[in-house]
Design a protein around this ligand. Structure first.
Ligand code: KIV
Ligand code: ZN
Length: 397
């Protein structure tokens, strides 16, 4: 298996970010050229390997966005999407001219329903188009990716034929999209393993996956593929993307890092930049991040239950499998509410600069706190200060 520059690197997982292309296809998430450049710079700081900046043939605005991103990004490869059509590939090649490292990603559908109803082509014609597109893209760059769209519902024998043909034509990344989020992990993982095993020239390409979240399985399917030999994952910040979205970058990266005992590969992502990217994408698109979203949700590192708070105060690892600081949060968070215990309450009050003269004073303050917590969702520092002052407890010197 080869990496981007042809070096054998089986343990590297390539992160291909498509926030600016598939993410932008989320209804209501379109971005201006300058917004795309700001996000691309944040993705470069995050150290993603490839930034899919857009679909240059889609509109003059998207052409300009891809061109602008290509001109400023130096440390990530910049990619443009193109249908398997000469005019699309030429537009992508043109938009990417200024890039330090460029990739053209070309695709054509391979499922029976897409070939018959959408393309109205025979399988042989689809193979011819794919081969022609890859050869044309190779005139612009050595780094060409091919996707059989709707691979999740395509016939495996046909996938083997078309993928073998595009490798011979010069494709160096084969991306297997689960376009409509139809796959389930065990079956999708087995498909990847079968393709790698059955395609005679599979060792000349990197296998990639691109999973949609229609059944909420995009991350699980991507990780199953990684366990079966995929070495590129296509994903987006906050899981943004067409319909229910794409696999979320932050979840893929942190799963591979946290469970390195089960994934025999690693990414080059600087995980401390994850939260900044998430906030930037959310503020530019206007798509809020749900509080319980893994890694980047406001509650991802917050503890409210007394038993959990007590455990975390004694040793973080009792209830935390990752460090909040490693993904960009300043710290984990103890939320004081009606489920909180005495220990968490006491530590927060002491952090705020108060001390209890006796156990009885602590008990009294804690029971006032519980009464207040029954009336409010969350008790903030100001509430605590008020409660302590009203009760006449001492502030520390
Ligand atoms: O979901 C999909 O199939 C795509 C392709 C263009 C890769 O986005
Ligand atoms: Zn997609």
């Amino acid at each position: 298996m080869f990496s981007l520059n042809g070096v054998f690197m089986k343990d590297k997982l390539i992160i291909f970010d498509t926030t600016l292309r598939d993410g932008e296809q989320s209804p209501g998430a379109s971005m201006t050229r300058d917004e795309k450049v700001r996000i691309a710079r944040a993705l470069e700081r995050l150290r993603v390997d490839i930034i899919e900046a857009g679909f240059p043939a889609a509109s003059p605005g998207d052409f300009e966005s891809v061109q602008a991103v290509a001109n400023v990004i130096k440390d990530s490869t910049v990619c443009g999407l193109a249908r398997a059509l000469d005019k699309d590939i030429d537009r992508a090649g043109e938009a990417l001219k200024g890039a330090k490292q460029s990739r053209i990603h070309t695709f054509i559908a391979t499922s029976p329903i897409h070939m018959q109803m959408k393309l109205q082509m025979t399988p042989e014609q689809v193979i011819e188009h794919a081969v022609r597109a890859v050869k044309r893209a190779r005139q612009y760059t050595d780094d060409v990716e091919f996707s059989p769209e709707d691979a999740g519902r395509s016939d495996e024998d046909f996938l083997c034929r078309i993928l073998e043909a595009v490798i011979n034509a010069g494709a160096r990344t084969l991306n297997i999209p689960d376009t409509v989020g139809y796959s389930v992990p065990q079956q999708f993982g087995a498909t990847i393993a079968n393709l790698i095993q059955r395609i005679p020239n599979a060792d000349k390409a990197i296998f990639s996956v691109h999973c949609h979240n229609d059944l909420g399985l995009a991350v699980a399917n991507s990780l199953a593929a990684v366990m079966n030999g995929a070495r590129q994952v296509e994903c987006t910040i906050n899981g943004l993307g067409e319909r229910a979205g794409n696999a979320s970058l932050e979840e893929i990266v942190m799963a591979v890092r946290t469970r390195h005992d089960v994934f025999d590969c690693q990414t080059r992502i600087d995980t401390r930049e994850i939260l900044t990217c998430s906030k930037l994408v959310s503020s530019i698109t206007g798509f809020p991040v749900q509080p319980n979203k893994a890694i980047v949700g406001a509650n991802a590192f917050a503890h409210e239950a007394g038993i959990h708070q007590d455990g975390v105060l004694k040793s973080r690892e009792t209830y935390e499998i990752m460090r909040a600081e490693d993904v960009g949060w300043s710290a984990n968070r103890m939320v004081l509410g009606k489920h909180s215990g005495r220990n968490a309450f006491k530590s927060r009050v002491i952090e705020l600069g108060f001390e209890f003269a006796s156990e009885a004073e602590l008990n009294d303050a804690f029971s006032r706190f519980k009464q207040l917590a029954d009336k409010k969702h969350e008790i903030f520092d100001e509430d605590l200060q008020m409660l302590i002052l009203e009760a006449g407890f001492e502030a520390e010197d």
